[in-house]
Design a binder for this molecule. Structure first.
Ligand code: PLP
Length: 458
């Protein structure tokens, strides 16, 4: 294949993409296939010679659309969304064509400078005012970067040289509602799962500040080294929020770093009326939110805002001679802000998205989702035997039937039916079905189908 062929095939791909999206509503959200059946349809060995593109294309049509869980389906109410607005998809096509590697300013000047400006735009859009930051691949990487920085700042940057053996036990604090990426971060950072201190939450799911203060004091008395607090702003299970400002201020008073995980809920903060939910985030050392979830910037696009990038760059930045930019010591080289060296040009899809929709367009969509989630919860609450276990937190709520077995069986029937897709979680030990209203293309009618499907399958 050469670039002339690529142009022709790209047009076919664009036509296919258009038809695929237009036809999504008619498909089940999740395919009805058993694990292993798809791999069995692929040859066991790679081809020795080139194959014609027509053959590859026809196999694509046979195998791929039927083998997908359709994340852009308007009735994908499972997990959290991974929305790809058309404008962001167009930007990704261009990024794909440019194929730049944006590790240094010099290797991709416009990618670096646009990333700086898009982070500043988003900080304003979210009410964080003036913030610098970096676009990671995922919130997992952002949280790992923050936890590594917490560790090193607490150790006076000794861990980078000496490792952790023989040093004090580094302690990180978070509620029982935070995402498993926090567990992964303490594991990968060498801090260890047992040094992630779980602070109990109150009935509303918010971390108990007094328990946090007590845990920090007890650790200090025991000779451990408190390093940082991960603050929950929209937990993955049922959308729990800590009282962000209270926890951030407590962390600061204790000399600890704070990192707010708003991977999902952060998108909603473009709407001023939702900002009381994370009031105080503007005082945190680090905040992560994923435009690749609800906002509509195609995966991957996770922004970490930093009050002061210095400590993170000191933790993660390396400048071997082959990565130096002669005469430009003060330049922004984003690889020094994150774990991987290589980086994609992620800012372009935000630029396209924010301009093509405008903040008002984006706000209108999110406001609809929140209102429709409220309506769906009310419709479900009217069904016999259905209990709303956690009320809507923005656009996420959960429900259950009286027994776990009945709830699980209902979820199995719902997903076998295929018109909507829901997933489960455990809330305070209870098996519940999660509903999140967030697909980019969803309508009030799509959301109303949730209660209708549940009613039919009860
Ligand atoms: C989705 C999610 C994450 C993980 O996001 P990735 O970008 O997939 O790593 C972390 N925290 C919360 C609260 C989330 O909802």
């Amino acid at each position: 294949m050469n670039h002339d062929d690529l142009r022709d095939w790209s047009k076919r791909a664009a036509d296919w993409a258009h038809a695929y999206h237009a036809g999504l509503r008619a498909r089940p959200v999740r395919p009805d296939i058993a694990p292993g059946t798809l791999a069995a349809r692929l040859p066991a060995a790679p081809p020795e010679g080139p194959e014609p593109m027509e053959a590859i294309w026809s196999d694509f049509l046979d195998l791929v659309p039927e083998g997908l869980t359709h994340w852009q389906h308007p009735r994908f109410f499972a997990y959290f969304p991974a929305n790809a607005a058309p404008a962001s998809m167009l930007a990704e096509q261009l990024v794909n064509a440019i194929a730049a590697q944006a590790m240094l300013w010099q290797t991709a000047p416009i990618a670096t400078e646009m990333e700086e400006v898009m982070v500043a735009w988003m900080a304003q859009a979210l009410g964080l005012e003036q913030r610098r930051g970096v676009i990671h691949d995922s919130a997992t990487t952002a949280t790992l970067s923050a936890v590594l920085t917490m560790r090193e700042r607490a150790l006076g940057w000794a861990g980078l040289e000496d490792g952790l053996s023989g040093g004090p036990r580094v302690r990180i604090y978070a509620s029982d509602q935070v995402h498993s990426s926090v567990d992964k971060a303490v594991r990968v950072a060498g801090i260890g799962q047992s040094n992630l201190v779980r602070i109990p939450t109150d009935a509303g799911g918010a971390m108990q500040a007094q328990a946090l203060a007590a845990a920090i004091a007890a650790d200090r008395a025991a000779g451990a080294l408190p390093a940082g607090v991960v603050v929950c702003a929209g937990g993955t299970g049922v959308g729990a929020f800590d009282r962000v400002g209270e926890i951030v201020d407590l962390a600061r008073a204790e000399g600890l770093m704070s990192h707010v995980d708003a991977a999902w809920a952060g998108s909603a903060m473009i709407c001023p009326e939702f900002r009381p939910l994370w009031a105080g985030a503007e005082r945190a050392d680090s905040v992560v939110m994923n435009p690749h979830k609800w906002l509509g910037a195609q995966f991957d696009c996770s922004i970490q805002f930093l009050a002061d990038p210095g400590p993170q760059i000191r933790t993660l930045g390396l400048r071997p001679s082959y990565l130096e930019t002669p005469g430009q010591d003060e330049i922004t080289n984003f690889n020094e802000w994150t774990v991987p060296l290589g980086r994609r040009f992620r800012a372009l899809k935000l630029w396209f998205l924010l301009r093509a929709e405008g903040l008002e367009g984006l706000r209108a969509r999110l406001r609809n989702h929140v209102a429709w989630a409220e309506a769906a919860a009310q419709d479900l609450a009217r069904l016999p035997g259905v209990e709303i276990v956690t009320p809507p937190s923005l656009s996420l709520f959960s429900f259950a039937l009286a027994s776990e077995a009945a709830t699980e069986a209902l979820l199995t029937r719902i997903n076998a039916d295929g018109r909507i897709y829901l997933t489960q979680t455990r809330h305070r030990g209870r098996y519940v079905i999660r509903v999140q209203v967030g697909p980019y293309a969803t309508t009030a009618e799509d959301v109303a189908m949730i209660a209708r499907v549940v009613e039919e399958l009860l």
